[in-house]
Design a protein around this ligand. Structure first.
Ligand code: BJ8
Length: 425
């Protein structure tokens, strides 16, 4: 067994504060994830991954660094991981999903900042996230104003590079974004000291496509009734997608799908066939943010799809693998990422259309719209999404919350009433 404590200390983790985090996380994981009934046997890999989330995986990344390869941390699904992989580095997600060092974070950020940003800064200030500490470079992006300005502060504590994401999807924006992907490539070449080559980029595109295809396969089997996997387990897998080695992760998701497809064929499920089927939509839920799904499924709902960045927004778009030269491949990558329908874009009608389409495909009874408190893009966009979803005859419940448990009971009461209404329809 590797000496993780020494490794953590070496990369800059505050061991005492980290011990405190490790006292809280495993019991939470046990209560919310492990204790669910009738879980697929193949969830064992993902459970074990969580058990070693700060151990084995960090050890792998540190070994890579010792052989000269880099670790790149990112906060957003628009960061093109293929370019990172093609240059021999690993890309890991850094978004925070727990209330860590919020008081310290509020010394830098206004109180009315969303929990995701506050948590990400809290993890850095508290020095409790080995992924953050192991990152050689952190990639920010100009998405919402909160994140954009947060990266200026983060730049005082870490090496930060910011990608400029357009806010519209017109031809000029596409051109700008294609240029931005090249600027990112140059930065990554500078970091790694390597030159991007077509063969390696093609291979990296295939690796990420295979991973996304495995996640699409998992999504597909969730159309079954009764549902073959809980929403909490599916979300948990989507969260791990941002941390695990991509080839191994894809294999494990495919193995899980083999089991789930057999379950579907046999009509076996994790919930009653009569349980209201819910589509969860909105802000990303970073690990270990399982608050709302736990409330929904504890109240008898079955989440059958996540329209989240820790969900369909991450895996829906594959990069076109056909490219005769490097330039074409970089354009293919840029174009594929621009298809993501985050609420930071305007207009963003395709998001509402996609939610309505998914609601139909997954035979959804209701949509739960989740916005983090103080998140303008998702809370404002809720109006148009509600109009489209309710217009298609699907009820929608809007929930605005943060990472605290203070409002859990109040949300549970609203969710129970919503599920009861769906059941009586
Ligand atoms: S592609 S959702 S990961 S920007 S919740 S920080 S929007 S105030 S996270 Fe996001 Fe990329 Fe879009 Fe996905 Fe701001 Fe809202 Fe906070 Fe948010």
């Amino acid at each position: 067994m590797e000496d993780y404590r020494q490794m953590w200390a070496d990369i800059g983790v505050d061991l005492k504060a980290h011990d405190g985090l490790l006292e809280v996380l495993p019991p939470l994981f046990g209560d919310v994830i492990v204790n669910q009934p009738n879980r697929p046997a193949r969830m064992a890999y993902f459970d074990a991954f969580f058990g070693e989330i700060h151990g084995r995986r960090i050890w792998e990344l540190v070994q890579q660094q010792k052989s000269g390869r880099k670790v790149v941390g990112a906060f957003c699904t628009y960061v093109p991981e293929e370019i990172v992989t093609a240059l021999g580095s690993s890309c890991v997600g850094l978004c925070g999903g727990a209330e860590v060092a919020f008081e310290a974070a509020e010394q830098y950020l206004p109180h009315n900042t969303c929990a995701l940003i506050k948590s990400s800064l809290g993890f850095k200030l508290g020095k409790v996230c080995p992924y953050f500490e192991a990152s050689d470079l952190v990639i920010g992006e100009t998405t919402c104003d909160g994140k954009k300005k947060y990266y200026e502060i983060l730049g005082e504590m870490a090496d930060v590079y910011v990608m400029q994401l357009p806010q519209m999807k017109q031809e000029a924006d596409r051109e700008m974004w294609r240029g931005e992907v090249r600027r990112f490539t140059a930065k990554m070449e500078e970091l790694t000291g390597e030159k991007l080559e077509l063969d390696r980029l093609k291979e990296a595109v295939k690796v990420s496509n295979d991973k996304r295809k495995a996640m699409q396969r998992l999504a597909e089997v969730r159309k079954a009734a009764p549902p073959v996997i809980s929403g909490k387990d599916a979300l948990f897998i989507n969260q791990i997608a941002f941390l695990d080695e991509p080839r191994r992760f894809a294999n494990k998701v495919n193995e899980l799908c083999d089991e789930l497809e057999k379950r579907a064929a046999a009509g076996e499920g994790v919930a009653e066939a009569s349980a209201p089927r819910i589509l969860l939509s909105g802000c990303p839920m970073a690990i270990p943010n399982w608050k709302v799904p736990h409330i929904v499924e504890s109240a008898g709902g079955a989440i059958v799809m996540e329209e989240l960045c820790t969900g369909s927004r991450y895996y829906s778009h594959l990069v076109d693998e056909a490219a005769a030269d490097l330039d074409k491949m970089l354009d293919n990558i840029a174009d594929s990422y621009l298809d993501i329908d985050c609420a930071v874009f305007t207009p963003n009608d395709e998001r509402a259309e996609n939610i309505v389409r998914m609601a139909k495909e997954y035979s959804v009874d209701g949509v739960m719209y989740y916005s983090l408190l103080f998140c303008s893009p998702y809370s404002v966009e809720a109006y148009k999404v509600r109009k489209a979803v309710e217009g298609a005859g699907v009820p929608l419940l809007y929930v605005e919350t943060d990472y605290s448990q203070g409002d859990a009971q109040q949300i549970a009461t609203r969710v129970e009433a919503f599920l009861e209404m769906l059941s009586s329809k």
